[in-house]
Design a protein around this ligand. Structure first.
Ligand SMILES: C[S@@+](CC[C@H](N)C(=O)[O-])C[C@H]1O[C@@H](n2cnc3c(N)ncnc32)[C@H](O)[C@@H]1O
Length: 220
């Protein structure tokens, strides 16, 4: 049983804290701000396609999924969103998160639909957003292919080193479509080198508030 404490971050949005790991799900400088910067702006908005296949490592609170749903709806961009999670949240905890009040107060039902969607099947959440959550260990699951965009949102390498390994980045590379992008909040040299060894071309770009840099990888 994992203990998760609800906490407020600096931009007023919630995150979860796991005391046993001493780790947060998001930046304490702002969960929404981080998600927007790292995954939406540095990731989604870089993809120039008329429909997009996204793979997220770590569904967690559903914040990245929800922000992607809202953004792609505004862009009228159809999305297939695959998300892996080993330790799903219970619905009651998901209901306490304040993301809809911060982002789209009338979209509670869609946010909860992301959490309530059954695992291991494709579920149409809105006319432009199809979700396929996969329950299990990212290191063991068979991954979908032809992915245009990967949100690599695992816990930090110091806290969960088994999520940042060469085999997983090699596997992700084979699942990435030509021109596809992988984005992560992490800027560590060891992670950059693993991505490069997998085959990606990697750049360091400015990180979200509180973080100087982050990584963005591309399959050329
Ligand atoms: C940094 S949090 C993700 C935050 C999430 N994207 C969000 O917006 O809330 C990391 C997530 O990875 C999940 N996780 C941990 N180990 C995993 C594994 N082996 N395979 C898949 N997911 C894992 C955690 O349960 C947690 O939800």
């Amino acid at each position: 049983m994992i203990t998760r404490e609800l906490q407020l971050t600096a931009d007023g949005s919630h995150t979860l804290f796991i005391p046993e790991m001493d780790e947060h799900y998001h930046s304490v400088n702002g969960a929404i701000q981080e998600s927007r910067h790292v995954f939406i702006e540095a990731g989604l908005l870089q993809i120039k396609k008329t429909d997009v296949r996204i793979l997220e490592i770590g569904f967690g609170t559903g914040l990245n999924a929800f922000m992607t749903l809202l953004k792609t709806e505004a862009l009228n961009l159809p999305v297939s969103y695959y998300s892996l999670e080993r330790y799903p949240l219970d619905e009651q905890l998901a209901r306490t998160l304040n993301y809809t009040s911060q982002l789209a107060p009338d979209r509670d039902a869609d946010f909860m639909a992301l959490h309530q969607a059954p695992w291991d099947e494709s579920v149409r959440i809105t006319s432009t957003f199809t979700l396929h959550k996969m329950e299990g260990d990212a290191n063991r699951l068979e991954l979908p292919d032809q992915i245009d965009l990967i949100y690599f949102d695992a816990f930090a390498p110091e806290k969960q080193p088994d999520m940042w390994n060469q085999e997983l980045f090699d596997h992700l590379y084979t699942c990435t479509s030509a021109g596809g992008v992988l984005t992560t909040y992490c800027a560590k040299g060891i992670v950059r080198r693993m991505m490069q060894k997998a085959g990606y071309s990697v750049e360091r770009i400015p990180g979200p508030p509180g973080k100087r840099e982050m990584l963005r990888a591309r399959k050329l």
